[in-house]
Design a protein around this ligand. Structure first.
Ligand code: AMP
Ligand code: MN
Ligand code: MN
Ligand code: MN
Length: 286
């Protein structure tokens, strides 16, 4: 029987709504056999997730989703199989989280100017001790009736040109890959179709990613249409990148898809778990 993989998920350690334990429990319920917890700019939930995974028979792949600024755009690079104890990775992620905290205050001030009071305080409450992301502001704004749902709130308040937008100053592509590789991990370009880049620009990104020895492309993502998956499979093959898949699950009411409900790879993809780095999980490759 083939295993079910979900290699992109979030917990309350970033902007997901399940604790690491509850996420793993839910993954087990969804019959996910191999799960990666990939919180934004933190591996803090990995230890807790690993404990839960051990008791439920789920294979937990330690991961992280690193925020990157590339050519004036924010993109996300997944680090799979990273060692959470790695000092340089942790220093890098800590710097990204301090930018997050500064950005959150800035978002709060900008919203204040448009007449929305106490947004920073509320977002901090939603983040409950973890570093603050735009989703925490979004939850507050929806609750207060400023928008109808998550998509609506992002479109009206939190993207370029809107009142609560602050330009990201994240890691460079080179830095992100150095941290991930230094921590023994594999780098994967997350949800490539979501950036809506031109083919030329996407090829440039993939080219630079390959120059930094990046390993994979998230061909199947919860936020990709089937056509997106097929297009990304072509890009992966063209550049000899391994294929990854993940729901990008954030909790109930997820804007993307369900945890573990992952479409199969289009033909011609080489799954990332076929690479030697994954042998630790499977004495016999599946
Ligand atoms: P941040 O890293 O704090 O800038 O927030 C990025 C996160 O916001 C993503 O990982 C998603 O969870 C969420 N997000 C971004 N765009 C949208 C959207 N249009 N609708 C819903 N959630 C979104
Ligand atoms: Mn998120
Ligand atoms: Mn992402
Ligand atoms: Mn994600």
């Amino acid at each position: 029987m083939s295993l079910r993989y979900d290699l992109h998920t979030h917990s309350t350690m970033s902007d997901g709504s399940f604790s690491p334990t509850d996420l793993v429990k839910y993954a087990a319920k969804q019959q996910v056999s191999v799960l990666s917890l990939t919180d934004h700019d933190t591996t803090e939930g990995v230890a807790e997730a690993r404990l839960a995974a051990n008791s439920l028979g789920v294979i937990l792949v330690p991961g992280v989703e690193v925020s990157v600024t590339w050519n004036h755009s924010t993109i996300h690079i997944l680090g799979l199989n990273v060692d959470p104890e790695d000092t340089e990775l942790q220093q890098g992620l800590a710097a990204l989280r301090s930018f997050r905290d500064w950005r959150a205050k800035e978002i709060g001030q900008r919203l204040e100017k448009t007449g929305i009071a106490e947004a920073y305080k509320a977002a901090r409450g939603y983040a409950s001790g973890s570093s603050i992301g735009r989703v925490h502001f979004a939850r507050f704004l929806v609750k207060q009736g400023y928008a109808t749902d998550m998509r609506d709130v992002f479109k009206r308040f939190l993207v370029k040109g809107k009142p609560g937008h602050v330009t990201g100053k994240w890691a460079s592509l080179e830095q992100a890959l150095e941290w991930i590789h230094g921590a023994g991990g594999q780098a994967v370009i997350a949800h490539p179709a979501r950036y809506r880049m031109s083919v030329t620009r996407l090829r440039q990104l993939i080219g630079e990613f390959c120059e930094c020895s990046g390993e994979g492309l998230e061909v199947v993502s919860g936020s990709h249409s089937r056509n997106d998956c097929i297009t990304m499979a072509t890009h992966a093959q063209r550049s000899a990148l391994l294929a990854s898949c993940g729901s990008d699950y954030h909790g109930p009411g997820n804007p993307w898809i369900e945890l573990g409900k992952i479409a199969p790879f289009p033909t011609g993809c080489v799954p990332i778990w076929k690479s030697p780095r994954w042998k630790q999980y499977f004495p016999i490759h599946k």
